[in-house]
Design a protein around this ligand. Structure first.
Ligand code: FAD
Length: 440
């Protein structure tokens, strides 16, 4: 009786399987890697970060920072592994992606309550409790099966974009410098400055560069939160200067001034041998990426160890399909978790997997479900994606806008967010305390 199936061992599925197993539930975890790979996954390990190695803000006055702190306190596997494989990245929690995925995989595979099966699942099992966490690149056969199961409701497609990675050795450090914006924290970013003339030439080339062909999708909407750099560039000469190429607070030590434009490189592995181009998600053809991005003076001889790519991203119209616990309203034995529910991002996916796994375990044990309140980031996410008032539903990163406001005025954004975060953590601690006996 106390068993469950989890499909997909990505960010959400790994966390869900762990939460179930930790509560004594026997888990069958199905992952199609390495038998079959999605277009964006390359490693055989679980919880693969297929683009950025950053799990975003670390401080609780940022919404991703609060969500991570809540998960940390609640016993998340993924946050424990992220903390253990952290690399320096200023105010963000970034990880060595290889070490992170290897650690999650080892923990899952060695758990006595988890049985891992390699291979693609093409149908949701007809019986038993299931968590489907197959992500934005869910395989086609399963996609069709899910589509049939949810009846008249439609899946939506849109595009996501990933940034290129260069080797550190190939960056011309004579034309670049380490610094953090406004000298805050440690100087972890490599900054590649451009003067006006260099920027003009780069911008023009970027706007004119050839994109890779796009096939098979009717809906070519670009997700605003992950917009390709060339799309942003085409919006106007100065748009990038207020976006990823913003120079303010990045004084060039050689001139003592802020440059005209700055491309930032963020460390991509613990060894510091790889760096990604921050905000440079792109859908340009690979030779065009090489040609245009090499116009950045510090990258004139750069070795691109991975080019930027654009991929399908699939998500459900969750407000019409799921309840706050990620259960399919019409068939509550089936839960969904991760990006496909319309939570957007690594941590958000892990958080939905956490909630789904934890509450499925409680359901199987006959315990009342835990309702994380809308004052917490975990609760706010589940309530957001299941809120029928969201008519034109779009995926959502965690942000303070979806968490219950304080109800009184506080001066300053940082102070206000800190107070929201402290309230969330206090309420979460109380809640965890009341269910402590149950979850052991
Ligand atoms: P995944 O982590 O993708 O896990 C799903 C797993 O299910 C995979 O391992 C897959 O192999 C497996 N699977 C799929 N179909 C089947 C099947 N039929 N049977 C068995 N197994 C199956 N978010 C960020 O926060 N930062 C980023 O930089 C970022 N970049 C992204 C780049 C790309 C190209 C994409 C597509 C998404 C990106 N995202 C990013 C969004 C999202 O947060 C991640 O995709 C995240 O990994 C989603 O977690 P998940 O658990 O839902 O899915």
């Amino acid at each position: 009786l106390n068993k469950a199936t989890v499909i997909g061992a990505g960010l959400a599925g790994s966390e869900a399987a762990w939460q179930l197993a930790q509560r004594g539930i026997a888990v069958d975890l199905y992952e199609m890697k390495p038998v079959r790979m999605t277009p964006a996954h390359h490693s055989n390990d679980f919880a693969e970060l297929c683009c950025s190695n950053s799990l975003r803000g670390a401080e609780i006055c940022t919404a991703p920072g609060l969500l991570k702190e809540e998960l940390r306190r609640a016993g998340s596997l993924l946050i424990a592994c992220a903390d253990a494989t952290r690399v320096e990245a200023g105010g963000a929690l970034a990880v060595d992606r290889v070490a992170f995925a290897a650690m999650v995989t080892e923990k899952i595979k060695s758990h006595p309550n988890i049985t891992v099966h390699a291979g693609e699942i093409t149908h949701i099992p007809d019986e038993g409790h299931v968590i489907v966490a197959t992500g934005p690149l869910t395989s086609d056969a399963l996609f069709d099966d899910i589509k049939n199961k949810i009846g008249q409701h439609e899946y939506l497609h849109f595009y996501d974009a990933a940034a290129p990675i260069v080797s550190f050795d190939s960056v011309d450090m004579e034309s670049a410098y380490f610094a953090s914006r406004y000298d805050k924290g440690t100087a972890d970013y490599i900054n590649c400055p451009m003067d006006r003339e260099q920027y003009d030439a780069f911008w023009q080339a970027l706007c004119d560069a050839e994109q890779a062909p796009v096939h098979g999708f009717e809906d070519k909407k670009v997700f605003e939160g992950c917009m390709p750099v060339e799309v942003m560039g085409r919006r106007g000469h100065d748009t990038l200067l207020y976006g990823p190429l913003k120079p303010v607070g990045l004084r060039d030590p050689r001139t003592g001034k802020d440059p005209y434009a700055v491309v930032q490189l963020r460390r991509d592995n613990a060894a510091g041998s790889l760096y990604n181009l921050v905000g440079f998600q792109t859908h340009l053809k690979f030779p065009e990426q090489k040609r245009v991005f090499s116009m950045i003076p510090a990258l004139r001889n750069a070795e691109f160890v991975r080019y930027g790519v654009m991929h399908r991203n699939t998500f459900m119209d969750s407000p019409r399909l799921l309840d706050r616990h990620f259960r399919l309203r019409e068939q509550p034995r089936i839960r969904f978790a991760g990006q496909m529910t319309g939570v957007e991002g690594y941590i958000e996916s892990a958080a939905s997997g956490f909630e789904a796994g934890l509450n499925l375990a409680r359901e199987l044990k006959g315990l009342p479900l835990i309702e994380f309140p809308d004052t917490t980031a975990i609760g706010a996410l589940g309530l957001y994606v299941s809120n029928e008032a969201n008519v034109k539903f779009q995926p959502m990163n965690i942000n303070f806008g979806i968490i219950q406001p304080l109800g009184y005025r506080v001066k300053g954004k940082r102070e206000k967010n800190t107070q929201i975060a402290l309230r969330a953590l206090e309420q979460l601690d109380e809640l965890l305390d009341t269910v402590k006996e149950d979850v052991l």
